[in-house]
Design a binder for this molecule. Structure first.
Ligand SMILES: Nc1ncnc2c1ncn2[C@@H]1O[C@H](COP(=O)(O)OP(=O)(O)OP(=O)(O)O)[C@@H](O)[C@H]1O
Ligand SMILES: [Mg+2]
Length: 342
């Protein structure tokens, strides 16, 4: 357990790229904090500064109450798990997991105990004598996790650890990571650009955009009340529909809305009805099994909309259908993309 405090941190890379203009974030002891945002928004940069792999241009980082700016990565009491597991190919699973402890002069029977325990937790007991090349991608990923666990660090730092796995294994492993982190109650920062992975893993979600924080909150807080258009469109799948007020004059209660107002509606908040304020000409239907996505265009001929409805009893392409939505499921954003209180 440990808390991580990121205070007014700025990062300018040599050559002048300002990856992070100035960012503050408090991560509570024992929490799994997920940094999510599009490619290039500075997630890895921030994580690497916490790890000690990048220098800070300005600001301070504290781990468990200790300022770490000038500490080497090895002195920071953290374990990092990367996308490419970087296992030693010539070493067995056991050796890969023991290596860091041996290097730090840990006693032999303590190493044996910790490796056995981590292998048990991760279901790797039967694989300890294999080499990485004799393992599947998911098993290798677990060895990388095991290597992080045995160090019993104050914090885990994950940078897209699942992106090399296929879709099915990614979902399975993400459940394992969640379970593991809860049982160990180790503070963790987890970086991903996958909003679904972020939603399902996070105690707290930090949505980043161009080096700054757009919003911090629990996944459900962010889903229910996105603070900006950026967040609204980034979190949720399919993404939230964004409709210029002028394209949907019949939506409840916005008769006197100013022209720059944009209305957000989640695809799953739309209900197919006989008569409703949103008329849609259907273009494409996606059947996903338990739900179907209806893609179409509003009467203005250019605003596209996605509705996600239960079941597969859906209209045909070319048909015009109507949707309604509860007023409380409408989100409003101003010209700058900031949420407007309703
Ligand atoms: N070593 C470097 N030198 C110069 N610029 C860099 C360096 N590393 C990253 N950058 C730049 O800093 C910005 C943030 O990069 P970063 O790797 O932190 O993004 P990211 O959010 O992790 O993206 P991704 O999801 O693609 O991994 C980008 O504009 C990137 O080009
Ligand atoms: Mg990255």
């Amino acid at each position: 357990m440990s808390n991580i405090s990121i205070q007014s941190v700025r990062k300018v890379y040599p050559g002048g790229v300002e990856a992070i203009p100035g960012l503050s974030l408090e991560i509570e002891a024992g929490e799994l904090c997920v940094l999510v945002g599009p490619s290039g928004c500075g997630k890895s940069t921030l994580l690497r500064m916490v790890a000690g792999l990048e220098e800070l241009t300005e600001g301070e980082i504290h781990i468990a109450g200790r300022k770490v700016n000038n500490l080497e990565p090895a002195e920071r009491d953290i374990s990092m798990v990367f996308q490419n597991y970087a296992l030693y190919p010539h070493m067995s699973v056991r050796q890969n997991m023991s290596y860091g402890l041996k290097n730090r002069g840990q006693k032999k029977d303590e190493i044996t105990r910790r490796v056995a325990e981590a292998a048990r937790i991760l279901g790797l007991t039967d694989y300890l004598d294999r080499k990485p090349r004799q393992l599947s991608g998911g098993q290798r990923q677990r060895v990388a996790m095991g290597r992080a666990i045995v160090r019993e660090p104050a914090a885990f730092l994950f940078d897209e650890p699942l992106s090399n796995l296929d879709a099915k294994l990614r979902v399975k492993t993400r459940v394992e990571i969640r379970d593991l982190q809860q049982r160990l109650a180790t503070t963790a920062i987890y970086v991903t650009h996958d909003q679904q992975e972020a939603m399902t893993l996070a105690d707290r979600l930090v949505v980043m955009n161009a080096g700054h924080i757009e919003q911090v909150g629990t996944p459900m807080e962010i889903y229910a009340r996105p603070a900006s258009l950026f967040v609204a469109e980034f979190i949720g799948s399919p993404p939230m529909n964004v409709i210029p007020a002028a394209a949907a004059p019949d939506l409840a209660g916005i008769a006197n809305a100013d022209a720059d107002l944009r209305i957000g509606v989640r695809p799953e908040a739309l209900r197919l009805v006989e008569n409703g304020p949103l008329k849609l000409t259907v273009r494409v239907i996606e059947r996903l099994g338990s739900t179907s996505n209806i893609h179409g265009v509003l009467p203005d001929g250019k605003t596209e909309l996605i509705a996600s409805i239960p079941g597969d009893s859906v209209p045909a392409p070319g048909e015009t259908v109507a949707f309604e939505v509860d007023t409380m499921d409408l989100h409003f954003f101003d010209k700058q993309g900031k949420r407007v209180a309703t």
